[in-house]
Structure formats: C-alpha cells, structure tokens
Design a protein. Structure first.
Length: 418
C-alpha cells in the first residue's frame, strides 16, 4: 500500500543475517489480490509466526529463502539492521522485512488514506471488476480509527457523488530521470497518472482538459552527509511546494522538470564541478473540486552547488536567476511581455511567465499572418522564461509573436530594422 508493488526478482543481495546471496523481491504495482498471510510463515531465523504482518524474509515451500529488500542503507555487519531510505541519503538494498506492501502501516493519516477502485492497491474483485467500494481513513483517537465507507448505488450515492466527497488516491510509481536540454542535466520527475474520473478538469471550452498535480521538494545544501527535512506522515509539513502543473490527461505518465537543480552526474556531462547535495521530490494529485491527495512516496536526486553554496540551475531556462531576485516565487498569472530591445537588429528577447506547468507554443508570424518560425513547442514548468530570438535571416519589417498555453493566448508586435 506504500506504492512498492508489482514485485519481481532483482539482483541478488546478502540479507543482514547471512553472507549468502538471495534474490531481491521488488514490486511496484499489484495486478491481482494477494493474501498477506501465506502459510507456512517463518521469520528470518526460521521461527514460525502466528501472523505475517511486517515480515518478508520467509521460508517458502521449497525450503529456500525469499527475503524482501527496500531502498536505503544496508547493514555493515551481520546482525546489524539497515536504514530505511527516509533516514539516509544512501540508495542501496537493505533487509526491511516488509511483506506485500506493509513496509509501514498500509494506511495511516497523512500517508495513505483512500482505498477505492482507483487506488493502488484497489477495491476491485478477483476478476478485476469494479466493486464500487470507497473507504476513506478519516481519523484516529487513541486506538479508535474512523472511516467513511461508500458503495456506488447504495445510500443514494452515485460514483460521481462519492468522488466529490473523497480525495484522490496517493500518486504512484514516482521515478526520477535525467533530462538533458543541451546545456544542463536536470531532474525529470515522472509518475503514473491518477485514474479517478474527477481528476479531469475543463473550462468553458470542453475541448481543453487537463489533470492537475503539485510537486514538492526538500533539499539540504549542507551536502551529502546531511538529510533533507522529511517525515513519513504529512510530509508536506517538511517540503516546499515548487510547482503546480496541468498535464495532458490522455497520457499514462506525467512529468515535471526542475530547472533549478543541475544533476551532479549524468551521462552527457559526467560529474559537474561543485559540491553534491541531496534533494527529494514528492507529488500530490488535485481533483476538479480542488481536493488534494496525500503526498506520494519520495524519490531522491543529487544536485550540485557552486563555491558560494548556491544551487546550480539552468540560467537560460530560468534567466532571472542571474539577477539576484527570488526565483522560487511562482508567477500568479500568465504574462507575455513586450520584446526588448524593440526595434531590434538582429536579436531580441521575448519573455513570458506561467503560473502553472503547461504546454507552450510560441511562434513568429509576418504582418500578413504567415507563420515564419516556431520558437517553443513543448511542456514548460511554472516559472519565468526568456527566449533570445535571432532574426538575422529575416528582412526588415513588422513581425507578430504569439503565445498559446492552455486557454491563454496573446500576441504582440515587434519591429526588425536592418
């Protein structure tokens, strides 16, 4: 239930009780229901258990071991426990002894609160049929837990009404890839999109639809010996909201690229000069009623800072970083600014601002409306951008530049004098 599902055998690793190598069991999503209490049940030392909760190193019927490992810092000697990833910057396998997803509590406030046909794991039956059951974990008072349970068609509730009453499920399968833009390597945070129908937003134009997510970040510029601020439950209290993005709802995965972090190491550049530091990312889903999910599990990256202790980003992607202003402030509205200089010969700067991540198209037209060039045609994160346009191959005259992003579009004129 913590997002570590769809297990497979990985490379072999030695558990903390033996020097022998055993296969890793790794899962990300579950396709069918799995009974957590499998017999016979044993702990790592062969002792029979009355229940299997929080035990994953178990003896299967062939008599061999099938231990479960999680990401974190592995043990340094036999008999010593490893460290879960939330408490370390190491990214190795340690013997976590968590079975079928209950590495921590399967559900807990501020960690995982929704069990529905759209969550992971979900309430579908053995044949993957929709049971219409929604369970929301709403409170805990001592040992007394509170839940709200709905079923489509019962109590007068339709699924649409239930979705409006409950938050989205926890985003799943968060990964970090390296994004090379020709200048720098930046973290590309990728996750599986939520499938709840009420995640789809629209405005007056029904052809324009999107799903909304928020991206959170926590880093520690003191270096790799220091941890980013974090906690297992309600981690948004320790993280900073860095982006609100609207994405194409018809793709399986969504992504966001952090222009303010330059990866310490990537295949295009090797190790970047500077001091490495840890950074973590989590994602939150927001439905069309502006109700937010709990945050996803985190994924880690290693950024690099310069000699002044400042994180190294991509100045061309976010040019105002060079002015000394606070670039962590996300614009509150769409803006297309007048180019400068204007008139120009042959280069001018076009600046625009995005309050949310969105697909951006920026094009140049002549005075008769004929398309001349496409300057931008890709997804951009929320922020301020500047494009340096070189018109050395154009003749003198009046030109139009136009931006389209979501339902925002604006045009301005510029004058080229040679």
């Amino acid at each position: 239930a913590d997002g570590l599902w769809n297990w497979d055998f990985g490379q072999s690793t030695a558990p903390d009780w033996d020097v022998a190598l055993y296969p890793n069991l790794i899962r990300q999503t579950i396709s069918v229901t799995i009974n957590n209490d499998i017999n016979p049940r044993y702990d790592a030392y062969g002792n029979y258990l009355n229940h299997a909760d929080d035990q994953s190193a178990r003896k299967i019927q062939s008599g061999t071991w099938g231990p479960w490992f999680s990401w974190g810092k592995r043990h340094t000697q036999i008999g010593e426990m490893g460290t879960d990833k939330i408490y370390t910057n190491y990214y190795d396998w340690w013997t976590s002894r968590a079975l079928y997803g209950d590495r921590w509590d399967a559900w807990n406030l501020g960690y995982n609160e929704i069990f529905s046909p759209y969550s992971n794991p979900n309430t579908k039956n053995w044949n993957n049929g929709n049971t219409g059951i929604f369970i929301q974990y709403t409170g805990l008072n001592g040992n007394d837990a509170s839940f709200k349970i709905y079923k489509t068609g019962e109590g007068g509730y339709t699924e649409e009404q239930i979705l409006q009453l409950t938050p989205p499920s926890k985003p799943q399968i968060l990964e970090i890839e390296s994004h090379w833009n020709g200048r720098t390597c930046n973290p590309k945070i990728v996750w599986r999109q939520n499938s709840e129908p009420d995640m789809i937003n629209s405005d007056q134009n029904p052809e324009i639809i999107w799903k909304r997510y928020k991206v959170y970040k926590s880093g520690n510029l003191n270096g790799m010996d220091s941890l980013p601020t974090d906690q297992q439950f309600f981690p948004e209290q320790k993280y900073q909201l860095v982006a609100t993005i609207d994405v194409n709802p018809n793709t399986t995965d969504a992504f966001w690229i952090d222009p303010n972090v330059n990866l310490y190491d990537c295949s295009q550049t090797g190790e970047v000069p500077g001091t490495p530091y840890p950074v973590r990312y989590r994602v939150q889903a927001v439905d069309k009623y502006s109700t937010s999910s709990v945050l996803s599990d985190f994924r880690s990256a290693v950024g690099v800072k310069n000699g002044s202790g400042e994180p190294i980003g991509d100045p061309e992607e976010n040019p105002i970083l060079n002015t000394g202003t606070n670039q962590t402030v996300i614009p509150d509205k769409y803006i297309l600014k007048q180019n400068y200089p204007n008139p120009f010969n042959p280069t001018t700067n076009i600046q625009y601002e995005l309050p949310v991540g969105n697909f951006v198209v920026l094009k140049i037209y002549d005075i008769n409306g004929r398309e001349i060039k496409t300057l931008v045609n890709e997804f951009k994160s929320a922020g301020r951008y500047l494009f340096s346009f070189n018109a050395s191959d154009l003749s003198s005259g009046i030109y139009i530049y136009k931006i389209i992003s979501g339902n925002f579009n604006e045009t301005k004129r510029m004058v080229l004098i040679k």
